[in-house]
Design a protein around this ligand. Structure first.
Ligand code: F3S
Length: 115
């Protein structure tokens, strides 16, 4: 298994997750602008899940179906990015969790945040 960064991270990129990761498995990509996880490096420690202010990271086995395609996208996209090991702060227009929930609800999605 691995952990998976979902579309919630796009254009937010808080980077708090990076500091929690003991194996430096986060990579920053620019299109879309977000972080993704190298699934072969992730050790499923779960520490990053609680660190993300918008709850963008799920364990692969608990991914909501609306974000199911992000397992494959993390695996495909990380090698196009740059390994990131230090917190760099959010992007200028980063959304908060209430805004993320409102956007999802506008699509008819009812997603429980990762535990
Ligand atoms: Fe993205 Fe959350 Fe990390 S917004 S960069 S997964 S702290």
């Amino acid at each position: 298994m691995t952990h998976v960064v979902t579309a919630r991270c796009i254009d937010c990129r808080y980077t708090d997750c990076v500091e929690a990761c003991p194996v430096d498995c986060f990579w920053e990509i620019k299109d879309p602008h977000m972080l993704v996880i190298d699934p072969d490096t992730c050790i499923d420690c779960t520490l990053c899940v609680a660190e993300c202010p918008i709850k963008a990271i799920w364990p692969e086995d608990d991914l909501p179906e609306e974000y199911a395609d992000w397992t494959e996208k993390n695996a495909e996209l990380f090698s196009d990015g740059e390994n990131i090991t230090e917190v760099d702060g959010p992007l200028p227009n980063a959304k908060d969790l209430d805004q993320i929930h409102a956007e999802e609800q506008a699509k008819g999605w009812e997603i429980d945040d990762p535990a």
